[in-house]
Design a protein around this ligand. Structure first.
Ligand code: SF4
Length: 353
């Protein structure tokens, strides 16, 4: 009699997320949240890929509608675009197609205000909207991103990555959510090629629909100035994360972060099963078929940024920008900054520059 295996292990099928080595803003967020969650969602064939959700459909619909309006200023067409882009049609009481279109209606006057001072940039004869890029980090991993819109300030000539977001957080000040976020910062690497010149300073605008309990969301527009050094730091962070990914794969060790098991009052969807390892199978490689408009190699970009940052012109410009930010932080009563300048440091710096 042939011996039956104690446990039947199902055949695994190809897995299409990170078996390609593709990283994105959302996969890096998962990695930061919990490494075991990252392994289950992006490395293993027997894990569970990220679920479609109302959050994705709502964000996608709202983002497409906003981008369409910035380019065409046609409300009906923008609403139709948002309605069609709300896909898959997963709806809850808080997030659904009707609320998405309503958020867009509320956003129109704010977009009109933005268009007083900014214009949508053209790239290769078309509006610079929904552009995608690929940043090769090493032989295994690359980072892929999609840029919502690129804008140019009509008066200062400074270029901005415009990123559309939605949040359910009802805080008065949502600045800490976005000020140091790496998302649009990473996306800015494509900017030099879009505008056809090497920019030493540029900006990011987060256009946020803050969804409350009632039917009327609040719209917040959060602009930030960024420098080449910010971008270089983002490359460094990405490089360190990729080093960690290689080390974890080598050791086959993906830590469980217990403090992430409960998030926004909801347990993680892997809770109760993430401790089971007998069925862990690494997914087989699946090539990425997406065509990218821009492709970069990280080692070349890092070298180029270090050279550009080292120039005296860049150094003095950056110092002035730092002083301006410090002054703004000390003057702003709403800030979280603890600088109270007991030794007159800010005044000394202003005099120096
Ligand atoms: S339940 Fe907790 S430890 Fe398990 S994957 Fe989710 S966040 Fe990580």
């Amino acid at each position: 009699m042939t011996e039956q295996p104690l446990l039947y292990i199902p055949k695994t099928s190809n897995f299409t997320t990170n078996a390609t080595g593709r990283l994105s803003y959302s996969t890096m967020n998962t990695l930061e949240t919990c490494e075991r969650m990252y392994q289950l969602e992006h490395v293993l064939a027997n894990g569970a890929a990220r679920e479609e959700s109302e959050h994705f459909s709502f964000g996608h619909g709202f983002g497409e509608g906003v981008a369409h309006y910035l380019v065409n200023q046609d409300k009906d067409a923008a609403l139709l675009t948002a309605w069609l882009a709300y896909w898959p049609q997963i709806e809850t009481e808080k997030k659904n197609q009707a609320k998405c279109l309503n958020a867009l209606n509320v956003a129109f006057p704010h977009l009109d205000n933005i268009l007083q001072d900014y214009e949508v940039v053209e790239f290769e004869g078309k509006a610079a909207v929904e552009l995608n890029f690929r940043l090769n980090i090493d032989k295994t991993y690359y980072f892929a991103g999609h840029i919502d819109v690129v804008l140019k300030n009509k008066w200062s000539g400074i270029y901005f990555i415009f990123e559309v977001k939605t949040t359910g957080l009802n805080l008065h000040d949502i600045d800490p959510l976005y000020k140091n976020s790496g998302q649009a910062l990473g996306y800015s690497i494509a900017m030099d090629r879009i505008v056809g010149e090497k920019l030493s300073s540029y900006g990011i605008i987060y256009f946020v629909a803050q969804l409350g309990k009632d039917y009327t969301p609040q719209i917040k527009v959060l602009p930030y100035n960024k420098t080449l050094l910010d971008r270089l730091n983002w490359f460094m962070t990405l490089g360190l994360d990729v080093e960690k990914l290689h080390r974890m794969a080598e050791l086959d060790a993906y830590p469980k972060r217990g403090n992430s098991c409960l998030n926004y009052m909801r347990p993680c969807r892997h809770f109760g099963i993430c401790g089971l390892h007998a069925l862990d199978r690494v997914a087989s490689f699946v090539p990425d078929k997406e065509v990218y408009q821009f492709e970069y190699n990280m080692d070349e970009l890092v070298k180029e940024h270090i050279e550009r940052i080292a120039t005296p012109e860049y150094q003095s410009k950056a110092a002035i920008q730092d002083v301006e930010e410090l002054v703004a932080a000390t003057n702003n009563n709403n800030t979280y900054c603890s600088v109270d300048d007991p030794f007159g440091l800010v005044e000394d710096l202003i005099e120096e520059f």
